[in-house]
Ligand binder design. Structure first.
Ligand code: NAD
Length: 254
């Protein structure tokens, strides 16, 4: 199987390292706007082949991993799916754009779109429980002023409202709200509260779900990635483990 990783940053590099280990992956193509990001990957990993244009490999690629930006989902997603490749999206907030979401689903006629759980936990249970109905679903995200790029001295609620607005106001920080919405009540009916807290040194996400199947409370207290304080280490590992699952014939925790 051939994989194309778009974006050779924090998450993309973790995926490339995983592809290098996976027996089923023959070639791992990598595409990034900045050559400085890809040069060392090609030198270090023998499965890696750097490309400048997705067109050159479409038709030979089984899985495209977007680990770049919401713009990259728009730029490459539909074309990749139409060429028959599966698409794994990390910039999940892009799917808050209804038109783009419909276009992506329409393009995936013979391929699949994967949305990993990223920096939160419990999406598997939330998705299952939602099948019986949803009374409420809320995400409470708590981050330090540095992580939110804000200047506050005390714990402050900086956003409270539907996920639909949260993903627009905090596009870099709230992919998790998008993933939770898509697994449960949708962008309009999923509540989000973002707290800027000078007392925390990690990104804390609490998922609260209530419905006929019961109540779920799932909490992750994420350390930053070793290479980039802005991205949770768990999000990198979520992308890499998703690729490992896709390459495996044993799927645990769907
Ligand atoms: N789902 C989640 O839980 C979750 C968690 C963290 C980050 N993310 C998202 O995943 C994406 C990647 O995160 P990261 O921390 O690895 O970012 P990063 O900044 O470390 O790396 C992104 C890389 O993508 C490249 N890039 C950006 N746009 C591009 C484009 N249009 N074409 C080609 N290359 C492009 C950049 O040059 C950069 O090297 C971001 O959109 C981020 O918001 C999602």
């Amino acid at each position: 199987m051939n994989v194309l990783v778009i974006g050779a940053g924090t998450i993309g590099t973790t995926v490339v390292k995983e592809c290098q280990k996976l027996e089923r992956v023959e070639t791992c193509f990598v595409l990034d706007h900045h050559a400085s990001k890809t040069d060392s990957l090609e030198k270090t990993f023998d499965k890696v082949q750097v490309i400048n244009d997705m067109d050159t490999v479409l038709g030979h690629v089984d899985l495209v991993v977007e680990a770049a930006s919401q713009d990259a989902v728009r730029e490459y997603g539909i074309q990749a799916l139409e060429a028959g490749a599966d698409l794994l999206i990390m910039s999940v907030g892009a799917l808050a754009d209804d038109e783009l979401q419909e276009d992506l689903k329409g393009a995936a006629k013979s391929s699949r779109i994967y949305l990993p759980s990223g920096a939160i936990v419990g999406l598997d249970g939330v998705f299952s429980a939602s099948m019986a109905g949803i009374e409420e679903v809320t995400l409470i995200t708590r981050k330090s002023p540095q992580a939110l790029n804000m200047d506050v001295d005390n714990e402050t609620v900086v956003f409270q409202g539907p996920a639909e607005e949260a993903v627009k106001k905090f596009p870099k920080n709230i992919n998790v709200a998008a993933a939770l919405s898509l697994a449960s009540a949708g962008f309009k009916n999923t509540e989000v509260c973002i707290i800027c807290d000078p007392g925390v040194d990690r990104n804390i996400h609490e998922v609260h779900f209530k419905g006929p199947a019961g109540e779920l409370v799932c909490v992750s207290k994420n350390l930053p990635s070793p290479d980039n304080p802005g991205t949770s280490y768990l999000a990198c590992l979520s992308a890499a483990s998703a690729v490992r699952k896709i390459c495996s014939n044993l799927w645990v925790g769907l």
